[in-house]
Design a protein around this ligand. Structure first.
Ligand code: SF4
Length: 274
């Protein structure tokens, strides 16, 4: 079999498996770019099971990109509560405003220019919603195709290999890789016995560790999240920060940072007490 024929056979097997085993997730019932965008931003750093209920209530409240573009920043942040990494919510609103004004970019390159939309998210939206034959390169895809190739791939070599392998339709292929990586080709102990592409995989022992997550307790992220929630609830920010065992200087500095990022909407910049 030629290398191209092997890639084609592996893609056929992967897509057939996906057809039968794909996870039923609400954002997969459509190719409309707006729900795809919202779900992809929510899924950055957050597991699908936690995203599902928040995604559903978010879409019910702001069913179109125009609705979101005209929504109040504080309401969006409140709806985002529970997902963490609140900057994503601010960027999503900025992106919605840009799209409402200028329309959707339809290529991965154009989508990657939007606030909060990196190369992975751009590839996912371009392939799922606009049919562009591009991979959505994330840690899942890196692990899976590194094992197919029999060596850890990174950077340029990873992107090039993924671009050569992407199947048709590319949106389903990207989602199939996502599901394969989540349920079969897991970081440790891949389930090769039940893997649909076993026949075309070079080395299951190739291990690409996921990026390390810094400890949450005592972190800046913990403080920032607590301050945003306290602000939305109208509580005293300094009290909340001190209760977490942080110094007044640290609380003031975090508040200044959050203000500058637009994460404390309607508050007077630099003030600490609500
Ligand atoms: S055979 Fe094993 S290592 Fe290779 S893709 Fe399938 S699960 Fe992953």
């Amino acid at each position: 079999m030629t290398p191209q024929a092997e890639v084609a056979a592996r893609n056929d097997a992967l897509l057939a498996w996906y057809e039968e085993h794909q996870r039923d997730l609400p954002w997969r019932r459509t190719t409309d770019p707006y729900p795809v965008l919202v779900s992809e931003l929510m899924l950055q750093q957050t597991q699908a099971a936690r995203v599902v209920p928040l995604f559903e209530s978010f879409m019910e409240r702001w069913p179109t990109v125009e609705d979101l573009a005209s929504a109040d920043a504080a309401e969006i942040l409140a709806a985002w509560s529970g997902l963490g990494y609140n900057r994503r919510a601010v960027r999503l609103r900025q992106t919605a405003r840009r799209i409402a004004d200028e329309g959707w970019p339809t290529s991965a390159a154009g989508l990657a220019e939007l606030p909060g939309v990196g190369p992975y998210t751009a590839g996912a939206i371009a392939s799922i919603s606009f049919g562009e034959a591009v991979p959505a390169v994330d840690t899942n895809l890196r692990r899976v195709i590194s094992r197919w190739e029999g060596e850890p791939l990174e950077g340029r070599s990873l992107r090039d290999a993924a671009a050569q392998m992407v199947g048709d339709p590319a949106g389903s292929w990207n989602q199939a890789i996502m599901d394969l990586g989540a349920s079969v080709c897991r970081p440790r102990e891949p389930r090769c016995g039940g893997c649909p592409v076993n026949e075309w995989c070079t080395d299951p022992a190739v291990y690409t560790p996921p990026p390390r997550q810094a400890a949450f307790e005592g972190s800046r992220r913990q403080l920032r999240g607590a301050l945003v929630r306290a602000h939305l609830a109208g509580e005293d920010l300094l009290e909340i920060g001190l209760a977490l065992g942080r110094s007044e200087d640290e609380v003031r500095s975090a508040v200044g940072e959050l203000d500058a990022e637009g994460l404390l909407p309607t508050r007077e910049a630099g003030t600490v007490s609500s």
